[in-house]
Design a protein around this ligand. Sequence first.
Ligand SMILES: [Zn+2]
Length: 401
Amino acid sequence: MGHAKIEADPVEVAAKLIRRPCLSGAEGEMADAVEEFLNDLGYREVFRDRLGNLVGIIGPNAGESVRVLFDGHMDVVPPAGEWSVNPFDGIVRDGRLFGRGATDMKGGLAAALCGVVAAANDLSHPVAVSATVLEETIEGVALGEVLDRLHPDAVVICEPSGMQVKVGQRGRAEVLLTAHGVPAHAASPERGRNPITLMAQALSRIELMELPIDQTLGPAIIVATDVVSDPYPSISLIPSSVTVRFDRRTLLDEDAQGVLAELLAVVDGLDGRGFSAAITADEVETYTGERLQVERYLPAWVLPIDHPLALAMTSAVAAAGTPVELGVWGFCTNGSESAGVRGIPTIGFGPGSPEEAHIIDESISVEEVRTAAEVYRRLAIAYAGEAADDDERHDAGHRGG
Ligand SMILES: [Zn+2]
């Protein structure tokens, strides 16, 4: 097949990738394996950036911007629980490949590595694959580094989609709401103002909050996920404050300032010294030793279903013999950065069902992995092959933003 030096079976590639441990922030060994595959498969240009992402570019016209980037993350969550197989063996049984990351998302990444390279002979423009770090801890931040360098016209997120075409996802914000009280000895509570009582009132109001609903993405969500006093523990002492962490799933047209203002408006008027709200911000470190300050506000995105990228994807899926179904993801992906932050047309499609992600005995259908590779091959040709040049529709899509 074209420039490819070897013909690789994406299932074998996925199995080999499963054998490389790669928790978030420790993807180094996995990255070495991906780099080897990119070189062996015949990618024209292979590089590792400062964050440790691996990128392979294929197709002619070095120097021209990439027409479409296929992204998969390398990191996995820990293999918690009692497994019936070794989570890092990558064995195939009854038509399924088992192991941590089989579905989320070494299957999709392997399908992209093999499917894109299989298009090599039919490309008139560059196409790239990225294997990114730290998706499980902070979606999109690492992909941003790749986007800064490649400026692709379109992005395909290869996360498990149950072979559905995913045209969007809700965003994710981590919000801290703090109730400020007045500390006092617990034996003389009347001398203080208890922020826990205040927070209890706030929580009952928040439960009744009316959140927006989007036709495509469904309702916005707010859920409390932890609570901590200051000091913690607070013994014989009414604490000076209490903070609740919320997971807030956002829709289009929301932003960090708006989400915080809306929350403060709901608790406005409650007694006490009042409330403050913030988006969580912390530091993450890559396996290459880079430290990044990240704010946990990952925006929502939706691709119109009549967008050329959506049309090209549905054609590729149909041509690969898979029924075309459209949907949106329930979880957050690197698409938050490409589409949500940067407005790059982005679409999702990947082997494996989202319900298989992060579970005991995680596995993926080997047939789906191979079919996904074929879908990626066809999409690469549709977007960066000769036909794409004759087709004004695609040009409009590429430059559309
Ligand atoms: Zn994932």
